[in-house]
Write a protein that binds this ligand. Structure first.
Ligand code: NAD
Length: 252
């Protein structure tokens, strides 16, 4: 698909941009003409992602940072660094996220906190740091990564769906609060998507997961990235406060 020019002149921050869905968002945004800052959890994975993006998108403008997303001062400093380097921040994709499927009977409360810190607090921290920059520029687009579990819940690991329900709440509330500053806030809610975790499953299991999905297969990271591209672009200029499912009509 030719997306060239869709994000020309725009600058984006993508958290968790080193692999999986986040890397695809970085790749698609760079192909669409954006300058992109990818955030990862470790310098070596950030460096590896920067090498890969150079091969996938020669000539693209990409920088990488690894602020601790659960420490507000680090997040704020990283956003300022991106602004200093690229001049502006038009798009923020809060993609970094972790999950666990522990039963409530064995759930370590520290694990619950760890999930909330990244999946919820870090989303708030990134928006808190970026919203004033976008407001001053006259607008922006914020995209949060939710999940289909934010609609259905899941039968174990209650922390993860709880965090994604919170992401939807932040999305809808911030859209109402930031609309007057011309900042749109939306979320994508992927179904099962072929990232590293799924790639390591036996093909038989992937078939079993795919069978009840009306489209008959799991999603590809690029399919989530394409919806983020739409939401980031001017094509979505009147779209805010919505959570878009990217799940092949999965019904659990
Ligand atoms: P992944 O595990 O492949 O990648 C996660 C990314 O987050 C990596 O870049 C990693 O560096 C980053 N990250 C992890 N911990 C971090 C931390 N403490 N600080 C900073 N960055 C950190 O994940 P994915 O499957 O691509 O998922 C991306 C997003 O999509 C997540 O929010 C996830 O909840 C959501 N999601 C994924 C699926 C799926 O099936 N893969 C389905 C629904 C929703």
């Amino acid at each position: 698909m030719n997306v060239a020019g869709m994000l020309e002149g725009k600058t984006a921050v993508v958290t968790g941009g080193t692999r999986g869905i986040g890397y695809e968002i970085v790749r698609v945004f760079v192909q669409a003409g954006a300058k992109v800052a990818l955030f990862g959890s470790r310098q070596e994975t950030v460096d590896r992602a920067l090498e890969k993006i150079k091969e996938d998108c020669p000539g693209g403008s990409v920088m990488g940072l690894c602020p601790k997303l659960n420490v507000y001062d680090e997040v704020e400093a990283a956003m300022q660094q991106v602004k200093n380097e690229f001049g502006r921040i038009d798009i923020l994709v809060n993609n970094a996220g972790i999950s666990a499927r522990d039963s409530i009977f064995e759930y370590d409360p520290k694990e619950f906190d760890r999930i909330m810190e990244l999946n919820v607090n870090a989303v708030f921290y990134c928006v808190r740091a970026v919203a004033p920059i976008m407001k001053e520029q006259g607008g922006g687009s914020i995209i949060n990564t939710s999940s289909m579990v934010s609609i259905y819940g899941q039968p174990a690991g209650c922390g993860y769906p709880a965090s994604k329900f919170a992401v939807n709440g932040l999305t809808k509330s911030l859209a109402r609060e930031l609309g007057s500053s011309q900042i749109r806030v939306n979320a994508v809610a992927p179904g099962v998507t072929r990232t590293d975790m799924v790639a390591s499953l036996p093909e038989e299991m992937v078939k079993r997961i795919s069978a009840p999905i009306p489209l008959g297969r799991i999603g590809e990271p690029e399919e989530v990235a394409n919806v983020c591209l739409f939401l980031a672009s001017e094509l979505a200029s009147y779209v805010t406060g919505t959570v878009i499912s990217v799940d092949g009509a999965t019904i659990v």
